[in-house]
Design a protein around this ligand. Structure first.
Ligand code: DGL
Length: 276
Protein backbone atom coordinates (compact mmCIF):
# COMPACT_ATOMS: atom_id res chain seq x y z
CA UNK A 1 0.00 0.00 0.00
CA UNK A 2 1.02 3.55 -0.56
CA UNK A 3 3.10 5.17 2.23
CA UNK A 4 0.93 7.93 3.69
CA UNK A 5 3.87 9.72 5.29
CA UNK A 6 4.82 10.80 1.79
CA UNK A 7 3.39 13.98 0.28
CA UNK A 8 4.02 13.33 -3.40
CA UNK A 9 3.23 15.64 -6.28
CA UNK A 10 0.30 14.05 -8.14
CA UNK A 11 0.30 13.92 -11.93
CA UNK A 12 -2.95 12.92 -13.58
CA UNK A 13 -4.02 12.01 -17.10
CA UNK A 14 -6.91 10.14 -18.67
CA UNK A 15 -4.39 7.53 -19.79
CA UNK A 16 -0.76 7.49 -20.82
CA UNK A 17 -0.27 10.97 -22.30
CA UNK A 18 0.59 12.64 -19.00
CA UNK A 19 3.65 10.40 -18.78
CA UNK A 20 5.29 12.63 -21.42
CA UNK A 21 4.87 15.50 -18.96
CA UNK A 22 5.91 13.50 -15.89
CA UNK A 23 9.07 12.42 -17.71
CA UNK A 24 10.20 16.06 -18.10
CA UNK A 25 9.12 17.01 -14.58
CA UNK A 26 11.14 14.17 -13.05
CA UNK A 27 14.10 15.09 -15.24
CA UNK A 28 14.06 18.69 -14.04
CA UNK A 29 12.92 18.11 -10.43
CA UNK A 30 14.17 14.62 -9.50
CA UNK A 31 14.24 15.27 -5.75
CA UNK A 32 10.47 15.20 -5.12
CA UNK A 33 8.17 12.20 -4.65
CA UNK A 34 5.59 11.68 -7.41
CA UNK A 35 2.43 9.66 -7.98
CA UNK A 36 1.11 9.24 -11.50
CA UNK A 37 -2.51 8.27 -11.96
CA UNK A 38 -3.84 7.18 -15.37
CA UNK A 39 -7.60 6.72 -15.61
CA UNK A 40 -7.09 4.19 -18.40
CA UNK A 41 -10.34 2.36 -17.66
CA UNK A 42 -12.30 5.44 -18.75
CA UNK A 43 -9.95 6.88 -21.39
CA UNK A 44 -10.10 8.56 -23.81
CA UNK A 45 -11.67 11.70 -22.38
CA UNK A 46 -11.30 13.74 -25.58
CA UNK A 47 -14.72 12.98 -27.01
CA UNK A 48 -16.67 13.01 -23.73
CA UNK A 49 -19.03 15.70 -22.48
CA UNK A 50 -18.04 18.52 -20.17
CA UNK A 51 -19.95 16.97 -17.26
CA UNK A 52 -18.35 13.53 -17.70
CA UNK A 53 -14.80 14.85 -17.97
CA UNK A 54 -15.38 17.06 -14.93
CA UNK A 55 -16.78 14.16 -12.88
CA UNK A 56 -13.99 11.73 -13.82
CA UNK A 57 -11.30 14.33 -13.22
CA UNK A 58 -12.69 15.33 -9.82
CA UNK A 59 -12.80 11.70 -8.71
CA UNK A 60 -9.21 11.21 -9.83
CA UNK A 61 -8.04 14.36 -8.03
CA UNK A 62 -9.77 13.18 -4.84
CA UNK A 63 -8.04 9.83 -5.18
CA UNK A 64 -4.66 11.58 -5.43
CA UNK A 65 -5.53 13.73 -2.40
CA UNK A 66 -6.35 10.57 -0.44
CA UNK A 67 -2.87 9.30 -1.33
CA UNK A 68 -1.29 12.35 0.30
CA UNK A 69 -0.84 14.73 -2.64
CA UNK A 70 -0.95 18.41 -1.70
CA UNK A 71 -0.43 19.45 -5.31
CA UNK A 72 -1.96 17.77 -8.35
CA UNK A 73 -1.11 18.56 -11.95
CA UNK A 74 -3.70 17.74 -14.57
CA UNK A 75 -1.25 16.62 -17.26
CA UNK A 76 -4.17 16.35 -19.67
CA UNK A 77 -5.39 19.19 -21.84
CA UNK A 78 -8.92 17.83 -22.02
CA UNK A 79 -9.22 17.73 -18.22
CA UNK A 80 -7.48 21.11 -17.92
CA UNK A 81 -9.92 22.59 -20.46
CA UNK A 82 -13.10 21.09 -19.09
CA UNK A 83 -12.61 20.49 -15.38
CA UNK A 84 -9.81 22.61 -13.93
CA UNK A 85 -11.63 25.88 -13.43
CA UNK A 86 -14.64 24.28 -11.71
CA UNK A 87 -12.39 22.20 -9.46
CA UNK A 88 -10.29 25.23 -8.52
CA UNK A 89 -13.18 27.59 -7.95
CA UNK A 90 -16.01 25.38 -6.71
CA UNK A 91 -14.62 22.13 -5.30
CA UNK A 92 -11.27 22.95 -3.71
CA UNK A 93 -12.62 25.58 -1.29
CA UNK A 94 -15.03 22.91 0.02
CA UNK A 95 -13.01 19.70 -0.07
CA UNK A 96 -9.38 20.79 0.32
CA UNK A 97 -8.84 24.53 0.70
CA UNK A 98 -5.08 24.17 1.30
CA UNK A 99 -4.37 21.86 -1.63
CA UNK A 100 -3.74 22.94 -5.19
CA UNK A 101 -4.63 21.67 -8.66
CA UNK A 102 -2.85 23.03 -11.73
CA UNK A 103 -3.31 22.40 -15.45
CA UNK A 104 -1.19 22.38 -18.59
CA UNK A 105 -2.96 24.98 -20.72
CA UNK A 106 -1.96 28.11 -18.85
CA UNK A 107 1.81 27.42 -18.80
CA UNK A 108 1.68 26.87 -22.55
CA UNK A 109 -0.39 29.94 -23.37
CA UNK A 110 1.83 32.11 -21.15
CA UNK A 111 4.91 31.55 -23.29
CA UNK A 112 3.58 31.08 -26.84
CA UNK A 113 4.13 34.75 -27.65
CA UNK A 114 7.88 34.27 -27.17
CA UNK A 115 7.98 31.92 -30.13
CA UNK A 116 5.82 33.37 -32.89
CA UNK A 117 7.21 36.05 -35.16
CA UNK A 118 4.26 36.27 -37.54
CA UNK A 119 1.74 36.44 -34.68
CA UNK A 120 -0.16 33.49 -36.16
CA UNK A 121 -0.46 30.40 -33.96
CA UNK A 122 -2.04 26.98 -34.60
CA UNK A 123 -3.40 24.64 -31.93
CA UNK A 124 -3.86 20.88 -32.33
CA UNK A 125 -5.90 19.03 -29.70
CA UNK A 126 -8.69 16.61 -28.92
CA UNK A 127 -12.25 17.47 -29.94
CA UNK A 128 -13.01 18.40 -26.33
CA UNK A 129 -10.06 20.74 -25.93
CA UNK A 130 -10.70 22.47 -29.25
CA UNK A 131 -14.46 22.82 -28.70
CA UNK A 132 -13.85 24.40 -25.29
CA UNK A 133 -11.92 27.26 -26.97
CA UNK A 134 -9.63 27.25 -23.92
CA UNK A 135 -6.51 27.96 -25.98
CA UNK A 136 -7.79 31.02 -27.88
CA UNK A 137 -9.38 32.38 -24.69
CA UNK A 138 -6.26 31.91 -22.56
CA UNK A 139 -3.85 33.12 -25.26
CA UNK A 140 -5.92 36.29 -25.68
CA UNK A 141 -5.36 37.09 -21.99
CA UNK A 142 -1.58 37.16 -22.41
CA UNK A 143 -1.25 38.12 -26.09
CA UNK A 144 -4.43 39.77 -27.38
CA UNK A 145 -2.76 40.58 -30.70
CA UNK A 146 -2.13 36.94 -31.69
CA UNK A 147 -4.28 35.18 -34.27
CA UNK A 148 -5.12 31.62 -33.21
CA UNK A 149 -6.58 28.86 -35.39
CA UNK A 150 -7.37 25.37 -34.16
CA UNK A 151 -7.85 21.86 -35.44
CA UNK A 152 -9.44 18.94 -33.62
CA UNK A 153 -7.65 15.64 -34.26
CA UNK A 154 -10.04 13.00 -32.89
CA UNK A 155 -8.10 10.06 -34.35
CA UNK A 156 -4.69 10.91 -32.95
CA UNK A 157 -5.18 9.74 -29.34
CA UNK A 158 -6.70 6.39 -30.43
CA UNK A 159 -3.73 5.89 -32.80
CA UNK A 160 -1.34 6.41 -29.91
CA UNK A 161 -3.35 4.44 -27.34
CA UNK A 162 -3.61 1.51 -29.76
CA UNK A 163 0.11 1.54 -30.50
CA UNK A 164 -0.50 2.38 -34.17
CA UNK A 165 1.38 5.68 -34.06
CA UNK A 166 4.40 4.49 -36.04
CA UNK A 167 2.40 2.72 -38.72
CA UNK A 168 1.33 4.01 -42.14
CA UNK A 169 -2.29 4.39 -41.12
CA UNK A 170 -1.24 7.17 -38.76
CA UNK A 171 0.22 9.17 -41.67
CA UNK A 172 -3.18 9.52 -43.28
CA UNK A 173 -4.81 11.20 -40.30
CA UNK A 174 -1.79 13.28 -39.37
CA UNK A 175 -1.41 14.68 -42.87
CA UNK A 176 -5.15 15.33 -43.11
CA UNK A 177 -5.33 17.35 -39.88
CA UNK A 178 -2.07 19.23 -40.48
CA UNK A 179 -3.18 20.24 -43.98
CA UNK A 180 -6.52 21.32 -42.66
CA UNK A 181 -4.93 23.45 -39.92
CA UNK A 182 -2.48 25.09 -42.33
CA UNK A 183 -5.23 25.80 -44.87
CA UNK A 184 -7.02 27.90 -42.23
CA UNK A 185 -4.10 30.33 -41.97
CA UNK A 186 -1.05 30.44 -44.27
CA UNK A 187 0.97 32.57 -41.83
CA UNK A 188 1.15 30.14 -38.93
CA UNK A 189 4.73 29.87 -37.69
CA UNK A 190 4.11 28.22 -34.28
CA UNK A 191 1.97 25.20 -33.46
CA UNK A 192 1.00 24.08 -29.96
CA UNK A 193 0.66 20.34 -29.47
CA UNK A 194 -2.31 20.76 -27.16
CA UNK A 195 -2.57 17.13 -26.10
CA UNK A 196 -0.09 15.26 -23.97
CA UNK A 197 -0.32 12.21 -26.24
CA UNK A 198 0.97 14.05 -29.30
CA UNK A 199 4.72 14.07 -28.51
CA UNK A 200 4.70 10.42 -29.60
CA UNK A 201 3.58 11.53 -33.05
CA UNK A 202 6.19 14.26 -33.36
CA UNK A 203 8.27 12.63 -36.10
CA UNK A 204 5.24 12.09 -38.31
CA UNK A 205 3.90 15.58 -37.55
CA UNK A 206 7.23 17.12 -38.57
CA UNK A 207 7.14 15.14 -41.81
CA UNK A 208 4.03 17.06 -42.92
CA UNK A 209 5.00 20.49 -41.64
CA UNK A 210 7.07 23.13 -43.43
CA UNK A 211 10.45 23.35 -41.65
CA UNK A 212 9.99 26.99 -40.60
CA UNK A 213 7.18 26.08 -38.20
CA UNK A 214 8.05 25.78 -34.50
CA UNK A 215 6.32 22.95 -32.63
CA UNK A 216 5.68 23.46 -28.93
CA UNK A 217 5.16 20.31 -26.88
CA UNK A 218 4.25 20.63 -23.26
CA UNK A 219 6.60 18.45 -21.21
CA UNK A 220 9.40 20.96 -20.78
CA UNK A 221 7.07 23.95 -20.64
CA UNK A 222 5.07 22.44 -17.77
CA UNK A 223 8.22 21.32 -15.92
CA UNK A 224 9.68 24.82 -16.09
CA UNK A 225 6.43 26.34 -14.97
CA UNK A 226 6.32 23.93 -12.01
CA UNK A 227 9.83 24.98 -10.94
CA UNK A 228 8.63 28.57 -10.96
CA UNK A 229 5.40 27.70 -9.13
CA UNK A 230 7.24 25.89 -6.32
CA UNK A 231 9.55 28.90 -5.88
CA UNK A 232 6.57 31.21 -5.55
CA UNK A 233 4.48 28.88 -3.32
CA UNK A 234 6.74 27.98 -0.44
CA UNK A 235 3.83 26.56 1.58
CA UNK A 236 3.25 23.86 -1.07
CA UNK A 237 6.94 23.32 -1.74
CA UNK A 238 7.67 22.71 1.95
CA UNK A 239 4.89 20.17 2.30
CA UNK A 240 6.04 18.14 -0.73
CA UNK A 241 8.34 15.35 0.41
CA UNK A 242 11.67 14.77 -1.24
CA UNK A 243 12.40 11.07 -1.49
CA UNK A 244 12.94 10.88 -5.24
CA UNK A 245 10.27 8.18 -5.69
CA UNK A 246 7.85 7.78 -8.61
CA UNK A 247 4.80 5.54 -8.20
CA UNK A 248 2.35 4.65 -10.96
CA UNK A 249 -1.33 3.81 -10.60
CA UNK A 250 -3.86 2.90 -13.25
CA UNK A 251 -7.60 2.30 -13.09
CA UNK A 252 -7.20 -0.48 -15.68
CA UNK A 253 -4.77 -3.39 -16.08
CA UNK A 254 -1.27 -2.76 -14.67
CA UNK A 255 0.20 -5.25 -17.18
CA UNK A 256 -1.15 -3.23 -20.11
CA UNK A 257 -0.12 0.02 -18.49
CA UNK A 258 3.46 -1.11 -17.95
CA UNK A 259 3.77 -2.26 -21.56
CA UNK A 260 2.45 0.97 -23.06
CA UNK A 261 4.07 3.28 -20.52
CA UNK A 262 7.52 2.50 -21.85
CA UNK A 263 6.81 4.47 -25.05
CA UNK A 264 5.59 7.51 -23.14
CA UNK A 265 7.90 7.55 -20.13
CA UNK A 266 11.01 6.29 -21.86
CA UNK A 267 11.80 3.66 -19.23
CA UNK A 268 10.20 0.63 -17.64
CA UNK A 269 7.57 1.26 -14.97
CA UNK A 270 5.77 -1.02 -12.52
CA UNK A 271 2.24 0.19 -11.91
CA UNK A 272 -0.47 -0.84 -9.45
CA UNK A 273 -4.21 -1.00 -9.91
CA UNK A 274 -6.47 1.44 -8.14
CA UNK A 275 -10.25 1.74 -8.23
CA UNK A 276 -12.48 4.42 -6.81
N1 DGL B 1 -3.87 13.33 -23.05
C1 DGL B 1 -5.11 14.02 -23.13
C2 DGL B 1 -4.92 15.48 -23.46
O1 DGL B 1 -3.87 16.02 -23.24
C3 DGL B 1 -6.13 13.47 -24.10
C4 DGL B 1 -6.40 12.04 -24.09
C5 DGL B 1 -7.86 11.69 -24.11
O2 DGL B 1 -8.58 11.98 -25.07
O3 DGL B 1 -8.24 11.11 -23.12
O4 DGL B 1 -5.84 16.11 -23.92
Amino acid sequence: MHDLKKKPIGVFDSGYGGLTVLKEIVKQLPEYDYIYLGDNARAPYGTRSFETVYQYTLESVQQLFSMGCELVILACNTASAKALRTIQQKDLPLIAPDRRVLGVIRPTTEIVGNYTKTGHVGVLGTSGTIASDSYPIEIAKFYPQLKVVQEACPMWVPLVENNEFENEGADFFIQKNINSLLSKDKNIDTIILGCTHYPLLINKIKKYLPPNITLLSQGEIVAESLIDYLKRHVEIEQKSTKGGSVEFYTTDSPENFDKAALNFFGKAVKSKHVSF
